[in-house]
Design a protein around this ligand. Structure first.
Ligand code: 5AD
Ligand code: SF4
Length: 435
């Protein structure tokens, strides 16, 4: 039996794909990269913007044709899109056999055994995850919590991934130890809002801890002690990114000095409409604190251009904030109206041309800032985790600050010290130094 799993979207989906892969391997499946050779195709979907939805739709169209041509093909649609009415319509239209929402992917085995099956429930507990099998990889993901209690008005995630649920710390540490034993040297702790780990229901800056759960800051210290050389985490929400977390990063050598802190907009008016729960001043205070306690930290962000009602002045505020923070990197998106979100219902969309023009300006400015930020590393020695070869005579990896780095020579996978000789907006370049 042969299966193909196609993954769209974020690291959470990659992690889920890993778990499904181990479940399918347990059933005796082997894996192929081409649906023409597969008995089962599972499409793990993303619904955060229109683009990934279109990609899934195109693939489902091809799969339906393939199934009509030869029969004997089971199609699974899982993940965020499957959870939504939009996905369920697509599932019907394209003759999908198995539909599982992101909270129900552990039902994959009974679903396959039955052939036709659907579930959109959210498992209440997150202690059912089985650690992904050791694949010989040097990097790995580790889910620590799932879901989101915020209600950002543009975002479909609370509808697809449900409310926040944290995994027990013992399970997380057990999984981290297993990854270490499997040779992993970099682990990324995952969750929609990792800073809300172990907090009681609700939102805001002042939530109390759940009984028996450590704070995210303490969890970082605990994972830091496991002995994996690099620990990262994704994604943070500024409202819960408190001083304790910054201090824990400062105190824990294993934790990489790389912080992804999505701002979304630099305009207070837009932030309010987005229901982001903070204003520009609060966000800049978090950045100031990070810079004080963690010099040399890489900071990256997410920004949405052309949120409904965003004026030229609002957008200028975003550009100004970008320069002020001096981000090392950014994921920049054009606002995409998602069915069922408050922004799509209540606010009028900005014309597409305006959105594209704003995004282009932002991207150009970010390249300039990133180039300057990258140049600061020239002449310094950095630690690079080599993952594999690049073009002839070079290999490639990333620093603790997450800079993609091209290194002369062919080094083994693992951690190396590298002198940076050159920087572009996208990469650092260097040569190995003796330790
Ligand atoms: N349109 C554009 N970007 C979005 N994001 C989330 N929802 C939307 C949307 N409707 C972006 C945010 C978030 C990132 C994961 O995706 O910037 O941080
Ligand atoms: Fe979406 Fe906001 Fe939750 Fe992030 S914090 S997943 S943007 S609702």
């Amino acid at each position: 039996m042969r299966a193909q799993i196609v993954t769209f979207g974020c690291q959470m989906n990659e992690y889920d794909t890993h778990s499904i892969q181990s479940e399918l391997a347990g059933l005796g499946y082997s894996f192929v990269d081409d649906y023409h050779e597969a008995d089962l195709v599972v499409v793990n979907t993303c619904a955060v913007r229109g683009k990934p939805v279109e990609k899934a739709q195109t693939l489902l169209g091809e799969l339906r044709k393939e199934k009509q041509r030869r029969g004997g093909l089971t199609i699974g649609l899982i993940g965020c899109l499957a959870q939504l009415p939009e996905g369920q319509r697509l599932g019907k239209k394209f003759g999908v056999d198995i539909m599982l929402g992101p909270g129900a992917i552990t039902k994959i085995v009974p679903a396959i055994e039955r052939g036709r099956f659907q579930s959109f429930e959210f498992e209440r507990e997150l202690n059912f995850y089985t650690p992904p099998p050791p694949t010989g990889a040097v990097t790995a993901h580790l889910t620590i919590m799932r879901g989101c209690n915020h209600r950002c008005t543009y975002c479909i995630v609370p509808a697809t991934r449900g409310p926040e649920v944290s995994r027990p710390a013992e399970d997380i540490i057990k999984e981290a130890r297993a990854l270490k034993d499997a040779g992993v040297v970099e682990v990324t702790l995952l969750g929609q809002n990792v800073n809300s780990y172990g907090l009681e229901p609700g939102t805001g800056a002042r939530r109390a801890h759940l009984d028996g759960y450590p704070s995210f800051a303490d969890l970082l210290r605990m994972v830091g002690r496991v002995g994996i050389p690099r620990v990262r985490f994704l994604t943070s929400h500024p409202i819960n990114f408190d001083d304790e977390i910054i201090q824990a990063i400062a105190d824990t050598p294993a934790v990489c000095r790389f912080i992804h802190l999505p701002v979304q907009s630099g305009s207070d008016r837009v932030l309010k409409r987005m229901a982001r729960e903070y204003n520009r001043e609060y966000y800049l205070d978090r950045i100031k604190r990070i810079r004080e306690l963690l010099p040399d930290t890489t900071i990256s962000t997410d920004i949405i251009a052309g949120f409904p009602g965003e004026t030229d002045e609002d957008f200028e505020e975003t550009l100004k904030l970008y320069r002020e923070v001096q981000y090392d990197a950014a994921y920049m998106f054009i606002y995409s109206a998602r069915e069922g979100t408050p922004a799509a219902v209540h606010f009028e969309d900005v014309p597409r041309q305006v959105k594209v023009e704003r995004l282009t300006r932002l991207v150009n400015m970010s390249k300039e800032v990133t180039h300057l930020r990258n140049q600061r590393w020239v002449g310094r020695t950095v630690e690079v985790l080599i993952k594999g070869p690049a073009e002839e005579g070079f290999c490639q990896g990333h620093t603790r600050g997450n800079h993609v780095t091209v290194v002369e020579g062919s080094l083994e996978a693992g951690i190396h010290h590298v002198e940076v000789t050159h920087a572009t907006p996208n990469r650092l370049y260097g040569r190995p130094t003796p330790i």
